[in-house]
Design a binder for this molecule. Structure first.
Ligand code: SAH
Length: 433
């Protein structure tokens, strides 16, 4: 814990992917929250719950979930994310989507689908790029589809993205619970589930989305894998504690037979979403870009909480803090089941550099005389790129159709005179043509 404390003093207290919660930080808020009362009833009636169920209830319970009724993003909230730090982030992602759309044949429809759009800042920056490059996209029918469970955040997204003179259409009972028109005239629809988004050539984006999906946690014991559960502390009735399941639980099936770690986290919901994305991209074309902090199947205990930009005991005052676990990219790759090709993970630093962040920063600095704007741009760049800040902790990962890569099946059968497909931007060094 002491070593973790030391580590934290060297890292700015801004973003979520900073260091791990030991779950033992001093209690800052010991109040008995409505969520704690709800969980205690649940545990008393049916027994200890899995960490996945705990995360799901705490984060997305429709009545009391952390994400459902509050705006937790930004300096006044609990954490801040890359799109909120610098406009350049979203602009470069916008260019990535246009580049993939061009490389995959400039389809006549262009569905941009964002999972967990937060305040809508990222999609807003992407749509600005689409407007600026209107002549490139002029013949395509663009639409935006947002998958969001939070009522509060969906309202903020609508305020960020839509033209206020055009009233929003609302239908709480429908899978498309809200519809609006963007400031540049693009239709935007809101859904609670990816399954409800129309299928078709689509470009999917998930930034800091997979890390909030519920994980099961397992500990290796002499008796085999045992799932970590959440129980009421018998000594202190308003406190929760971790216990190990006395026998094997069904979620154990998600652990690889050759697993060498002694503690693992698995996220079946992430697997289901990756399978859905892979199937959609294989059938209808498009691509998915996933950015998050995570690892390639090497880390163990990464479950942690954040409140007011600080680490927070994951079991304390549930519902008042964000809960998150590092994304296991090796698991995402496995869940694509070969239906599509995967690229990455590569570090955020490498991805943004390959996307031309240095050139973009220079253009913006050259065009700005305002010292505070210039300072903001430079500070934002440093936060995104510095290895000690977000540069190495965050990763980019993509799913693309097999034929998008030079050794894809389509290419192998293709006519020899056809040039190989252009490299996927961001994952290879930038080549100026
Ligand atoms: N992408 C944004 C916000 C990240 S926070 C950014 O980078 O700034 C996570 C987002 O995912 C929030 O919008 C939250 O409401 C949403 N979310 C969490 N769980 C979800 C789920 N199961 N389905 C859809 N959205 C979810």
């Amino acid at each position: 814990v002491k070593a973790l404390g030391l580590l934290c003093t060297f890292i700015p207290r801004f973003w979520r992917g900073k260091c791990f919660s030991s779950g033992k930080e001093p209690a800052e808020n010991s109040s008995v929250t409505p969520m704690l009362r709800h969980l205690k009833y649940k545990i008393k009636s049916t027994g200890p719950i899995t960490v996945a169920e705990y995360m799901r209830e705490v984060l997305t319970n429709p009545a009391k979930g952390y994400y459902v009724h509050r705006d937790m993003l930004g300096e006044k909230g609990d954490f801040i994310t890359s799109p909120e730090i610098s406009q350049i982030f979203g602009e470069l992602l916008g260019i990535w989507f246009i580049s993939e759309w061009m490389a995959t044949g400039k389809s006549s429809t262009f569905q941009l689908v964002e999972l967990g759009p937060g305040r809508g800042t990222l999609t807003g920056d992407i749509l600005r790029v689409f407007s600026q490059l209107g002549s490139v996209l002029k013949n395509s029918d663009i639409s935006v589809h947002l998958v969001e469970v939070s009522q509060k955040l969906s309202e903020i997204q609508a305020a960020t993205l839509t033209e206020e003179k055009v009233p929003l259409e609302r239908n709480a009972g429908s899978p498309v619970y809200m519809k609006g028109i963007s400031k540049s005239g693009i239709p935007i629809s809101w859904y609670r589930n990816l399954q409800d988004v129309p299928k078709g050539h689509s470009f999917y984006l998930a930034h800091e989305f997979f890390d909030v999906l519920p994980v099961h946690k397992f500990q290796k014991t002499p008796q085999g894998w045992r799932e970590v559960l959440v129980d009421i502390d018998p000594q202190v009735s308003d406190k929760l504690r971790f216990v190990l399941a006395p026998c094997a639980t069904p979620a154990e099936a998600f652990i690889q037979s050759d697993e060498t770690r002694d503690h693992v986290e698995v996220c079946p919901d992430a697997g289901v979403i990756i399978q859905e994305l892979s199937q959609r991209i294989a059938q209808a074309g498009g691509a998915a870009l996933i950015a998050d902090y995570g690892h390639d199947g090497t880390k163990t205990d990464t479950f942690r909480g954040f409140c007011g930009h600080k680490l927070h005991d994951v079991l304390l005052a549930p519902g008042t803090a964000d809960l998150t676990a590092d994304v296991d990219f090796s698991y995402l790759r496995r869940m694509a089941q070969g239906k599509v090709a995967s690229l990455g993970p590569v570090t955020q630093q490498m991805f943004l550099k390959n996307m031309g962040i240095d050139v973009r920063l220079k253009v913006l600095l050259d065009n700005s005389d305002e010292p505070s704007t210039r300072q903001q741009l430079v500070q934002g760049y440093d936060m995104l790129m510095n290895s000690k800040k977000m540069g190495e902790r965050f990763n980019f990962f993509a799913l693309v159709p097999h034929q998008r890569l030079p050794n894809g099946s389509h290419q192998m059968n293709a006519c020899k005179s056809k040039p190989p497909p252009a490299p996927v931007a961001g994952f290879h060094e930038l080549a100026w043509r």
